[in-house]
Design a protein around this ligand. Structure first.
Ligand SMILES: C[S@@+](CC[C@H](N)C(=O)[O-])C[C@H]1O[C@@H](n2cnc3c(N)ncnc32)[C@H](O)[C@@H]1O
Length: 186
């Protein structure tokens, strides 16, 4: 698993809060996203932390586990949280973690977010194995929110096979933002 180059990180980290604001607004308006003060959220490959800051500002969820395998990205996200809120909120945990190999117990989260992460796992077999892990750590009835430009059809088909129903789907240039809700635990 190779770290992104500085050049790649520059482009990835340019995506700011405004982009995520639109996405969250849309999810909220469509009734797809229901984050409350009790929500336990896991974000995989959170990058510069722009989405997590926004979610914290709006909803103050009970817990937010922010992960990335790159320690530099984790440090950047933590710094940006401190800048925005004066300190890292108590409900936040920053962990260096591989999205393909989650250390969390079954059913630990109400919402798992993977924004432009799944393609980093590799080909379809690796992505499907990542989806199984995500499903394992989600509570029954939990929501998985992801954005992806690669293997889009295969991912949706796999999630349907795993008992997820698509509750939101939007094309953003080459990417699809999709939210799925677990309907049956396999
Ligand atoms: C394309 S960026 C997306 C960042 C952020 N989610 C966003 O959309 O702005 C991919 C991020 O995932 C991290 N990453 C790549 N592969 C990973 C893996 N296997 N496990 C965890 N994080 C990973 C990278 O370090 C990087 O921060």
């Amino acid at each position: 698993m190779a770290k992104m180059t500085g050049f790649e990180k520059y482009f990835v980290n340019r995506r700011g809060e405004r982009f995520f604001e639109k996405l969250i607004d849309d999810l909220e308006t469509s009734g797809t996203l229901k984050i409350t003060g009790n929500s336990r959220i896991l974000e995989l490959g959170g990058g510069n932390g722009a989405l997590s800051s926004l979610i914290y500002k709006r909803y103050q969820p009970a817990s937010y586990t922010f992960t990335d395998y790159d320690p530099d990205q984790l440090a950047l996200a933590q710094e940006s949280m401190k800048e925005r809120f004066g300190e890292v909120p108590e409900s936040f945990t920053f962990q260096q973690a591989d999205a393909a190999d989650l250390v969390y117990k079954n059913g630990s989260f109400d919402l798992v977010i993977a924004h432009l992460i799944l393609h980093h796992l590799g080909g379809t077999d690796a992505i499907f194995s990542g989806l199984n892990e995500i499903s394992r750590v989600l509570v029954p009835g939990g929501t998985f929110l992801y954005t992806e430009f690669s293997h889009k059809k295969e991912i949706r088909a796999k999630l349907t096979e795993m008992g997820y129903a698509i509750t939101y789907k939007k094309g953003l240039h080459r990417e699809n933002a999709v939210a799925v809700k677990q309907t049956a635990k396999n």
